[in-house]
Ligand binder design. Structure first.
Ligand code: PGA
Length: 260
């Protein structure tokens, strides 16, 4: 596969900066024992941990990319509680999750804000990990592909044509997140393939072949290899199982067996 696989850990609202020191140091030691080859590893800690994690990653030369979970689409100004893309870029943040379903459902992030945020992330020189996925009701109503198309088309509108290396798509069916019920490898591949087709319709086939598509939702060491077998699935976005260094590095090891 010419696309570099990405194994990303989304810590959500877990780990203060001291716990982050332990987790990322432990993870770094474990990753150094693996031949990562064509597998990239990223962590997305809470904002208060970013500076700490950045210092450890740089100081100890850990094979870990820094990610954030969210960012404002505003550049600066009177937006109490927000963090800007410039602030993240200054910390060598490489990836930013955009439109995670928890942001969409719990914090009313709509498609237009997802689009504006992705654009701001890319303009700041970082990579937008655009999260999309259908709810259980939408799946039951047979609307999965329609929902995915709508979400991706909205997110990509207004992005430059050469944005392929500045975006990653994460297919995260809402019903699979934190539920213990991951999508089947077949469903993950079907959705990833559909997403790549939507990207092709906007950015062209060559770009679509460059864009990495991840699967997320109840990923565990035991289901990683199967999920990664789909030819359009280029990695995983991991929530709960990324909070423990041993478990997360087992997921990375599974990816190394697939792509390394
Ligand atoms: P989970 O979360 O692995 O705990 O299901 C995935 C995510 O929300 O990114």
């Amino acid at each position: 596969m010419s696309r570099t696989a990405l194994i990303a850990g989304n810590w959500k609202l877990h780990k203060d900066h001291q716990e982050a020191i332990h987790l990322v140091s432990d993870l770094g030691l474990r990753l150094k024992q693996l031949e990562l080859g064509a597998v990239e590893v990223a962590v997305h800690p809470p904002f208060t941990d970013l500076r700490t994690v950045q210092s450890i990653v740089e100081g100890d030369k850990l094979p870990i990319s820094l990610g954030a979970q969210h960012v404002s689409h505003h550049e600066k100004g009177a937006f109490t509680g927000e963090v800007s893309v410039a602030m993240l870029a200054k910390l060598q943040t490489r990836y930013v999750l955009v439109g995670h379903s928890e942001r969409r459902t719990l914090f009313a992030m709509d498609d237009a804000t997802v689009q504006a945020t992705a654009k701001a992330v890319i303009q700041a020189g970082m990579v937008a990990v655009i999260c999309v996925g259908e709810s259980a009701e939408e799946r039951e109503a047979g609307q999965t592909n329609d929902v995915l198309s709508r979400q991706v088309l909205a997110a990509l509108s207004g992005l430059p044509n050469n944005a392929a290396d500045a975006i990653v798509l994460a297919y995260e069916p809402v019903w699979a997140i934190g539920s213990g019920a991951a999508a089947t490898a077949e469903d993950a591949q079907l959705a990833a393939n559909h997403l790549r087709g939507v990207v092709a319709s906007v950015l062209g086939t060559a770009s679509a072949n460059e864009v990495r598509v991840l699967y997320g939702g109840s990923v565990q060491p035991g289901n990683t290899e199967e999920l990664l077998r789909g030819e359009d699935v280029d990695g995983v976005l991991v929530g709960g199982a990324s909070l423990d260094a041993a478990t997360f590095s087992e997921i990375v090891a599974a990816a190394v067996r697939c792509y390394g």
